[in-house]
Unconditional design. Structure first.
Length: 225
């Protein structure tokens, strides 16, 4: 799933192509963390609620190791009728789920815990409202389009209807597509992005796989844009 229009953008397509290569050499730590988040989704669903995640960083690329942080975006329905930001002031569920998530990771990993960094949280009520009103200034829609284009989703079914509604709105998509392209250009030129790719390459090579020259050329070409 995801928003195909954005995924077809040349720079996003290139990024996802490189990510696919690294995912083909996924670490056990990455697979375990995806399993942890799926278990958490199931636990929340058993209470009658829903939550979804977009996962960034090393787990997104399948290159997490034991001491890697896990960077996440949380999607949830904040308090009934609340169309505001998903933060501690506007969303009583957020601190509860953050606490439950940390506790479930501790329980699942007993002694091999890892740090979770909540990069962002998107209120699905707000997303629904902004799609309904065609809010061209909505940061929630801009971020949703960006995350769904490049991240690794858990419980993607929850997000699919929002993706379809956004993709069906040509004008909204044009604005978001331009925003995503600008974000990527800034991202590519950051030192942290370059460092992450070098780190992932080292991990693949450490596993015993020699990265082909053609793939090294693609990575260098991407980072030099």
């Amino acid at each position: 799933m995801g928003i195909q229009r954005f995924k077809d953008h040349p720079i996003i397509n290139e990024f996802n192509g490189l990510k696919k290569f690294f995912r083909a050499h996924e670490t056990d730590a990455s697979r375990k963390r995806i399993s942890d988040f799926k278990n958490f989704v199931d636990m929340v669903r058993s209470t009658g609620d829903e939550v979804a995640f977009d996962i960034m960083g090393s787990v997104n690329f399948g290159q997490a190791v034991e001491n890697s942080d896990t960077d996440i975006v949380i999607y949830l329905n904040c308090d009934s009728g609340n169309h505001g930001d998903c933060d501690h002031e506007n969303c009583s569920r957020l601190p509860i789920y953050k606490h439950l998530l940390v506790n479930s990771i501790v329980y699942e990993n007993s002694g091999n815990n890892y740090q979770i960094q909540v990069v962002d949280c998107i209120n699905l009520n707000q997303l629904d409202y902004d799609l309904e009103t065609r809010n061209f200034d909505s940061m929630a829609l801009l971020k949703f389009g960006f995350y769904r284009s490049i991240c690794r989703g858990v419980n993607r079914k929850l997000l699919h209807s929002y993706e379809q509604r956004l993709e069906s709105d040509e004008e909204l998509c044009k604005k978001i597509e331009a925003y995503i392209a600008d974000c990527f250009l800034g991202l590519i030129h950051s030192n942290s992005h370059t460092y992450s790719f070098k780190k992932y390459m080292e991990r693949v090579q450490f596993s015993g796989f020699q990265i082909p020259p053609s793939m090294l050329e693609k990575i260098n070409s991407y980072l030099s844009k």
